[in-house]
Ligand binder design. Structure first.
Ligand code: SF4
Length: 309
């Protein structure tokens, strides 16, 4: 069967199975365009956590990496959460263990777990955050102006300031996709595209953040490019978001700061989404006691932010 015909057939089958099984597909902004195309909801970690907690579907197919699907399962203990590829594991999430959280907390300050962590880490933390709200959460929960955050040291740096010292645990935790961007890339982009706005993710190195015009989560970046009067943007994040921007905002131009791809995110594909729905695999299972404690950390994030608004 020609590739396009097969592709269209899989898409039709996915739609049929979604309806038959009352399933919903959530896709992170870093998924390939064909996966984003069959999704009922696309977004960053925060938006997907909210979408997962509000859905009335019986089955959630989560197109992202392991910790994201885990978060959806934590928020929906009565639903079946599936991840299309069981090898889609975020390497950054493995850099922070529950023991490291317990040890840091013994020093007397609150611990904020980035949502890019496993359930057992969230269970030990005081509260969660995402790249969209890390600054806000740190300001609210810091004790005497100090708190811990992990595993991304660049996000901890981004959340620091205005009298708040966010101490990273581990000291040099990182996302390899965002670590790839160098300040030289920003200098070159300024020269090559003098009229462009340079926008980057808070997981980028601090010097890259300082030199950029805007720093935000993938959804904040997306909203920013829609609102901005600029027509050209140099974007410092995973290539999937740039593909989404090009696909949805045709009248503006998007240039990658450097092509950086998350191999683990790309392990999901349309065929695997179809098989996930058809065979109801791979189900995300979390120990109940750990899930209950992790849910408290996630809910605390929503509660403190709601209270402030
Ligand atoms: S982009 Fe970075 S943080 Fe996100 S899943 Fe890939 S490695 Fe993990």
């Amino acid at each position: 069967m020609p590739a396009q015909k097969r592709h269209d057939k899989i898409k039709r089958e996915i739609e049929r199975l979604k309806e038959k099984k009352n399933a919903v597909i959530l896709s992170h902004n870093y998924q390939t365009l064909d996966v984003q195309d069959v999704a009922d909801f696309k977004g960053d970690s925060l938006e997907l956590s909210i979408a997962a907690s509000k859905t009335e579907a019986d089955i959630i197919v989560f197109c992202g990496v392991d910790f994201m699907a885990e978060t959806a399962a934590i928020c929906n203990p009565d639903k079946k959460v599936l991840i299309p590829c069981r090898y889609a594991r975020c390497p950054m999430a493995t850099q922070l263990t529950p023991e490291m959280v317990v040890e840091a907390k013994s020093r007397g300050y609150p611990f904020i777990a980035y949502v890019n962590t496993f359930a057992a880490v969230k269970a030990e933390a005081d509260i969660c955050c995402t790249s969209a709200n890390a600054k806000e959460v740190a300001k609210i929960v810091a004790k005497d102006g100090v708190c811990f955050m992990g595993p991304d040291a660049n996000l901890a740096h981004f959340a620091s300031g205005n009298g708040v010292d966010v101490v990273p645990v581990p000291e040099h935790g990182y996302c390899y996709v965002h670590k790839a961007f160098q300040v030289e890339d920003v200098v070159k982009a300024r020269k090559d595209y003098p009229k462009a706005e340079i926008i980057v993710h808070p997981e980028c190195n601090p010097d890259v953040q300082y030199e950029a015009d805007f720093v935000g989560s993938t959804s904040q970046m997306l909203r920013h490019v829609v609102k901005s009067e600029s027509d050209v943007f140099v974007v410092g994040t995973e290539i999937g978001l740039i593909e989404r921007m090009r696909n949805e905002i045709k009248e503006k131009k998007f240039i990658p700061l450097r092509k950086s791809t998350c191999i683990e995110m790309k392990l999901n594909n349309l065929e695997k989404v179809y098989l996930a729905l058809k065979e109801e695999k791979y189900e995300v299972k979390i120990d109940e006691e750990i899930a209950d404690r992790a849910r408290k950390s996630i809910n605390r994030m929503f509660r403190v932010l709601d209270k402030k608004r």
